[in-house]
Design a protein around this ligand. Sequence first.
Ligand code: FAD
Length: 455
Amino acid sequence: MDFDIIVIGAGPGGYVAAIKAAQLGKKVCIVEKKHVGGTCLNVGCIPTKVLLKSVETRNEVAQSGKFGITGIDIGGLDIELSVLQERKSSIIKQLVQGVEGLLKKNKVILKSGNAEFIDKKTLKVGDEKITADSIIIAAGSETKSLPVAVDNSMPVYTSTEVLGLKKKPSKMVVIGGGVIGIELAYFLNNIGTDVSIVEFMDRILPPVDAEIAGMVEKQFTEMGIDIHTGAKVTKIEKDGVVFENEGMEQKIKCGAVLMAVGRAPYTDGLNLDAAGVAVERGAVVTDMTMSTNVKGIYAIGDVNGKSMLAHTASMEGLVAVNNICGKYTKMDYGKVPSAIYINPEIASIGLTEDQAKEKYGDIKVGRFPMIGNGKALIEGETRGLVKIITDKSHLEILGAHLYCIRATDMISEISVAMNLECTANELVKMIHPHPTISEAIHEAAHAAEDRPIHF
Ligand code: FAD
């Protein structure tokens, strides 16, 4: 064999797996056909957050007067998209070069090109054939599109194209109120685009806790974003989007459309049949050890369609490598945190309130509104709440849902707590520094005991 392990795809799943395997003494090759860093670094997590950071900076400056800062012409505040694009490109470049450097430092061989199976142990990359004992498929995902008639004169963008915008669209319809649609709608609204969201389900952010999704819908409506839920898009015409809502046909006129209806596992060009790898509804089938149906072939990240997040991909990579190296490890999808970077931020882990009620019947919900948190007042951002869901008898933490500033960083505390099977009583005993936003988590734990102190 040429290598112990070949990894296909250098996104956050593939490159993390390759580095860890090399650190554990394996001879590793990683094959990438487009760009190192994959979707996440190049056209996903990182660029969206760069765009959203500019919006937050502009909004903070706009509020500087209330912090006693003078001398700023708030009326003239704007975001120069070309500067934003340059900043985005330079951050991506720095991160991609960083990953390339890490691969090199760990002696992972990087090959450019499409990797295609010839058999269970052999891949073709360009004119070369390479073999390995184990192969990890980390080929990622691609954007999905609705199967509706589209008039070619209407520009229909993917998230990648919106991330590269150099001019502000005047009116855009975002099809899909999921995480990507919501983050980009928030960005577009903040740069001055008139935004409408059309969502098929009966609410935006379907996977998010219903109470928080409802609060976001209210916030977006107050921001001037027009939201249509339970709406089925039937066609895209030259001057607008047509949809059905409660049996009535409606049309929103616009100059551009963002198609944000989700992503699908990407397996084009892999020739999985040659290795006999099973695929179900487009996704490579894996068990909890990340093994496919073929011994020695693993699939991690978006390509297995289980939880399409960068940190899931990375953890699945570590799980696969552990199993290849003889250390039996299983993936736990019940404790994957997720984050949405609007302001206030949203972060969740575990069961939503509705899911917990359905599974356990009687539950406890410890809620703490941010208006009761001193640091939130200091920061000038008191919107939102923290809620912790526990079972009734032991107060074991089943889930947590944060809609507040710093939510995306703070959710890791709950992740640790849940992994240690912590109860709300135990969380109450853990000292949280003052004044911090994290005290809201402490308070929500007190509230789960029915004894909140600051509310
Ligand atoms: P990818 O990152 O897609 O990497 C797969 C790589 O494999 C690609 O580089 C591809 O070129 C390569 N490849 C495919 N086939 C072959 C082949 N045959 N041969 C060689 N190479 C191949 N997730 C988060 O956790 N947080 C976020 O904030 C977030 N924001 C997002 C925003 C947007 C707009 C989008 C689109 C996605 C976002 N995601 C976010 C999702 C995240 O980007 C993905 O979950 C993550 O990139 C998946 O990692 P992966 O390694 O499985 O695949």
